[in-house]
Every structure is written in structure tokens, then in C-alpha cells.
Design a protein around this ligand. Structure first.
Ligand code: 5GP
Ligand code: MG
Ligand code: MG
Length: 187
């Protein structure tokens, strides 16, 4: 069965995603124009990999990039409450402005843990740029560091979404849009 046939509905298509990523990049470029040294963009793998690649290509400043890896869902649609941060940064963020790039902020647990990690490593500010935000599911009210800002692409309704980097059981990350699976595929 073709990939698109697994999708019940599309929430944001490729054009809408690309337009919104351009707006976010323009805003971040403006906000960090006089930042010295230039900011470090830290992507949260794997989910943010497409958003990260699209976003940094539209930032009109020299920046550093690195990844951390965080896992919170295993093979289901419920957060297991304790995200596992399984790989560490190679870039020294001491005294640097960091923009943490996430696919989606749900309970806020993953982002809270990562902000603490970056703060402990001496980042002078930590901003969060998430493609999607599900504020209705928030349990952890994270605190940005220093002059850090919160950027988000879209507010997401309370569905378990896939695509544009986001998986269900390690599938569907390659969809170029954000969608909801047909119920028979969530099993
Ligand atoms: P949190 O720690 O905020 O509860 O969850 C964050 C992580 O859970 C996200 O970075 C993402 O990887 C995953 N997640 C949360 N909601 C969804 C969703 O609707 N779809 C998918 N595929 N992953 C999600
Ligand atoms: Mg993520
Ligand atoms: Mg996942």
C-alpha cells in the first residue's frame, strides 16, 4: 500500500511548512543579528532532523550546529515520562547562546531536561524553537535561560501526529508533511 494511503488527514502540507519555517528563520535571524559569538543550534535527534535542516538553511547568519539525542516514546504514542538523553554535545556551549531545535513540545519533559543540561554546561542563554507545540498537554513548565526566547511553528491539536521527522514506531519520519495515521496503523 502506498505511503500516503496510511494517512487519515494532513494537518500541514509542504507549502505551509516551508512558509512557516521561513518566517521562524527570519525572526531568529533578526533576534540573533548582534549575537557574538554566533549562536549554536542544537537539534534534538531524531525527530527534529528535517525541521533542523530546513531551519538552519534559512538562517542568514554564521551559526554552529550540533545534535543531542533524546528518546521518550519507545514504540508507542504515550510518553514514558523520563526522556533518555543518549548522546552528548561535541561543541562547547560555555558562554554561547543556544537555540534548542525540537520537533514537538508535548508534556515539556524532554525540553526541561535538555534546558537543564545546557544550563549546566554554561550556555549564556537557551532559546527553544519547536516546530509544533501541544500546550494542552503540558506538565512541565520549563524555564528558558538568560534572554532565551520561545519560538514555535504551529500549535498542534491533541492528536498523535507523524511526518516531517516524527515517527510512530520508527516509521513515517520521511513523510514531507504532518499528518494523522488511520487508526489501523497505530497498532
Ligand atoms: P515531551 O517530553 O514534551 O512529552 O515529548 C517530547 C517528545 O515526544 C517529542 O520531542 C517527540 O519526539 C515525542 N512526541 C510528542 N508528541 C508527539 C506526537 O504527536 N507525535 C510524535 N511522533 N511524537 C511525539
Ligand atoms: Mg523530539
Ligand atoms: Mg518518537
Amino acid at each position: 500500500m502506498a505511503l500516503d494511503c496510511h494517512i487519515e488527514k494532513i494537518l500541514w502540507n509542504e507549502d505551509q511548512i516551508s512558509g512557516r519555517v521561513s518566517e521562524l528563520a527570519a525572526q531568529i535571524t533578526e533576534d540573533f543579528r548582534s549575537s557574538s559569538p554566533p549562536p549554536v543550534f542544537v537539534g534534538v535527534a531524531i525527530g527534529a532532523f528535517l525541521f533542523f535542516a530546513d531551519l538552519v538553511r534559512k538562517i542568514q547568519l554564521p551559526v554552529s550546529v550540533d545534535f543531542v539525542r533524546a528518546q521518550s516514546y519507545g514504540h508507542g504514542t504515550y510518553s514514558n515520562e523520563s526522556p533518555v538523553i543518549s548522546s552528548d554535545l561535541k561543541i562547547d556551549v560555555q558562554g554561547r547562546h543556544v537555540v534548542l531545535v525540537e520537533d514537538i513540545v508535548d508534556t515539556g519533559h524532554t525540553v526541561s531536561s535538555l534546558i537543564s543540561l545546557l544550563k549546566a554546561k554554561g550556555a549564556s542563554s537557551v532559546s527553544v524553537c519547536t516546530f509544533l507545540d501541544k500546550p494542552s498537554r503540558r506538565k512541565f513548565n520549563f524555564q528558558l535561560v538568560g534572554e532565551g526566547k520561545f519560538y514555535r511553528g504551529f500549535e498542534c491539536p491533541n492528536y498523535f501526529v507523524v511526518g516531517y521527522g516524527m515517527d510512530f514506531a520508527e516509521l513515517y519520519r520521511n513523510l514531507p508533511y504532518i499528518g494523522v495515521l488511520k487508526p489501523e496503523h497505530y497498532s
